[in-house]
Design a protein. Structure first.
Length: 227
């Protein structure tokens, strides 16, 4: 196997191929899923209204359907997030990327933040789904990042995710190093926001990320082929 092909396969299996734009159409979601099948990405990540469509297209494959909960602000009611998670799983989602309540976190209401995450995690785990918690790292101070990491860990979530890609700066390598120190080996890390360069993507994985959320997955694959 050529080295570039091996590298391409390695990168592909860590990518959540993402389309969360509000103007995304069913045809674009179909193309997203077809690209995921072509490159064998880990998952597609789509808005909740498209979970059923993605699940039908990807049925029988190893590619997971991920969706977002409380997205992109994290400020919906806990009960709404729980119900959204329930419906998403009903429609075929097996990975839930939820936004924690950023305002509560910044206000020091850590028990509320943790409790909300735990409710989503318990529901998901009962139904063989996993939870990635988006902390929107660009909006947080280092003590707040530490508090978020503790809440995510204590609540039993599977991943901590850097950002929505909508509200603040993109991911930086230092973010991954910091989160890895904070969560240890208990929680996986999903890097997201502004990942458009294949070498940067590989550096994020080397730093400790285990998933990459990007809408540029195909471009990353093509960069590796042409390098």
């Amino acid at each position: 196997m050529h080295t570039e092909t091996a590298t391409q396969q390695f990168l592909a299996q860590h990518i959540d191929h993402t389309l969360l734009k509000p103007e995304a159409t069913p045809e674009q979601i179909q193309r997203l899923c077809e690209e995921a099948l072509q490159y064998q990405f880990a998952a597609v990540c789509v808005n909740p209204c498209y979970v059923g469509l993605a699940a039908r297209i990807l049925k029988g494959s190893n590619i997971q359907v991920a969706t977002v909960i409380g997205f992109p602000l994290g400020a919906t009611l806990t009960e709404a997030k729980v119900y959204e998670a329930h419906l998403a799983i009903d429609h075929g989602a097996r990975e839930l990327d939820m936004v924690l309540n950023i305002g509560f976190l910044k206000a020091g209401e850590h028990s509320k933040v943790e409790s909300e995450i735990r409710k989503i995690v318990e529901l998901a785990h009962e139904r063989n789904a996993i939870v990635k918690v988006i902390i929107e790292i660009g909006l947080l101070s280092e003590p707040e990042i530490a508090a978020a990491a503790q809440a995510v860990t204590q609540a039993g979530a599977d991943f901590i995710k850097t950002s929505t890609g909508f509200l603040s700066r993109g991911v930086q390598l230092e973010d991954i190093h910091l989160l890895r120190r904070l969560v240890g080996d208990n929680v996986q890390i999903k890097a997201s926001g502004g990942i458009r360069d294949a070498q940067f993507a590989l550096q994020l994985l080397e730093a400790g990320a285990t998933r990459l959320g990007t809408s540029s997955g195909v471009q990353l694959m093509q960069q590796l082929l042409s390098s």
